[in-house]
Write a protein that binds this ligand. Structure first.
Ligand SMILES: Cc1ncc(COP(=O)(O)O)c(C=O)c1O
Ligand SMILES: N[C@@H](CCCC[NH3+])C(=O)O
Length: 435
């Protein structure tokens, strides 16, 4: 298993994260447990900002908190000078509970409800990324009623195929997100926006997908957006100043993944934007990015306790742990691959090939197929790395399994980000029928 951030192997062969042996974390907080490496998260947030700071260029890096959204993580983003990208009332509420400056929050989403838009306007979010014609009218009506105005971007589906899993590819023409570039919907949207003085169109947005390893898709998107930008500026007397290239930078789940490091990709994004904008003779915009996965994925490790084993002669050995698709649905959803290790015997050589199963009543409830491990015995602590993004945030209570706790570790200290759910928590909203 590859080690990230402050993860290291102690002399006794045990994995430590944030200078804390994982067995101590498991004993204190129980398993399954998400462990988050605070220094690593902060470093990822800084890596996105450094190239802009070195080049003295205007920027906004908005952490897309759909990847992992708790009050504590929003507090970290705030302290690192990030913006926050939210997509729902729940995410916005969480951000506000963290004391996030609403003016540094932007809102995305392809079907923001009236209630969500009202909440966002009332809270005073700094920017809304408008996705469709329905939203233009809805947002304008809400703003008019409240005698407010707001900066907006228009989300463009730029017709770019990101080379990633089709379920997480969003920039292609056939997508539910954004205005279709090819059929001229952007121009129609601009005309509609101009009918509403409450809407201040300040730029364009695209998000081409997720788990992307290089700059090529972004280059094409930047070029197409710059072309629109130039066209709209000169034909519609607009003063555009923002270009948002979304998120999407990939991470290393296994050795098959070869993402460009954050700082290099950001520098490349600056270059492709500079190239695109100068080729259309327009000044460099305020460049905005919305990374989610690359901020938190590698900073997260999930700890499980090994339970039952099933050996099917000449077929396969299943090793089951006390979690599964309820805390990490990504294999079931995307066929995602992960690396695993017996966390207290990291020095031991692998002696067997086993498949790591969860405890749900579902054959697809798997965490890793064909992991090479030292013999995995009941009671062993098993670690799966790179589980910080889209794990807790997509966790469920299937089989009425409580969501695990998440703990933040740094320099020998651990703080809870989210407490473990209890069975009482799961029944809290149930209604008892009259007999
Ligand atoms: C609009 C938007 N911005 C940002 C993100 C974050 O993407 P990622 O986690 O791949 O960086 C997403 C999710 O893919 C998104 O839909
Ligand atoms: N949830 C997905 C990514 C979706 C990105 C959000 N638009 C994943 O785990 O990979």
């Amino acid at each position: 298993m590859e080690l990230y951030g402050t993860s290291r192997i102690l002399e006794n062969g045990e994995l430590a994260i944030g200078e804390i042996p994982v067995s101590k974390l498991a004993k204190t907080y129980g398993t399954p447990l998400y462990v988050y490496d605070e220094l690593f998260i902060r470093e990822q947030m800084r890596a996105y900002q450094r190239p802009f700071q070195h080049a003295h260029l205007p920027y906004r890096i908005a952490y897309a908190c759909k990847a992992f959204c708790t009050i504590g993580i929003c507090q970290i983003a705030k302290s690192e000078g990030m913006w926050l990208d939210v997509v729902s009332e729940g995410e916005l509420y969480t951000a506000l509970q963290a004391g996030f400056n609403p003016n540094h929050i932007c809102m995305n989403g392809n079907n923001k409800s009236e209630r969500e838009l009202r909440y966002a306007v009332h809270a005073g979010v700094g920017l809304i990324i408008v996705d469709n014609f329905y939203e233009i009218e809805l947002l304008a009506a809400i703003l008019r009623e409240q005698r407010r105005s707001l900066d907006i971007l228009l989300r463009v589906a730029p017709g770019v195929e990101a080379h990633t899993h089709e379920f997480i590819s969003t920039g292609q023409q056939d997508s539910k997100f954004g205005f279709d570039l090819k059929s001229g919907q952007i121009e129609m949207a601009v005309r509609r926006v101009k009918e509403h003085e409450e809407l201040h169109l300040v730029g364009l947005h695209s998000h081409i997908g997720s788990q992307i390893f290089d700059v090529e898709g972004f280059r094409l998107a930047a070029h197409r957006l710059a072309e629109q930008y130039a066209f709209l500026t000169s034909n519609y007397q607009l003063e555009l100043s923002v270009l948002n290239l979304g998120g999407g930078l990939g991470v290393r789940y296994t050795e098959e993944d070869t993402p460009t490091p954050i700082e290099r990709l950001t520098a490349e994004l600056i270059h492709v934007t500079q190239d695109a904008f100068s080729s259309f003779g327009i000044p460099f915009p305020l460049l905005m990015l919305e990374p989610g996965r690359s901020i938190v994925a590698q900073a997260g490790t999930t700890l499980y306790e090994v339970g039952s084993r099933k050996e099917i002669p000449s077929v396969r050995t299943y090793v089951a742990v006390d979690g599964g698709m309820t805390d990490n649905p990504r294999l079931a959803l995307y066929g995602a691959k992960y690396e695993a290790a017996i966390a207290t015997r990291m020095h031991e050589k692998p002696t067997e090939k086993v498949s790591i199963a969860g405890k749900c009543c579902e054959s697809g409830d798997m965490l890793v197929w064909d992991a090479q491990l030292p013999e995995a015995k009941a009671g062993d602590l098993l670690a799966i790395s790179c589980t910080g993004a889209y794990n807790y945030s997509m966790a469920s209570n299937y089989n009425r399994i409580p969501r695990p706790a998440a703990v933040l570790v740094k320099e020998g200290f651990a703080r809870l980000l989210v407490a473990r759910e209890s069975v009482e928590d799961m029944c809290r909203l149930d209604c008892i029928l009259d007999e």
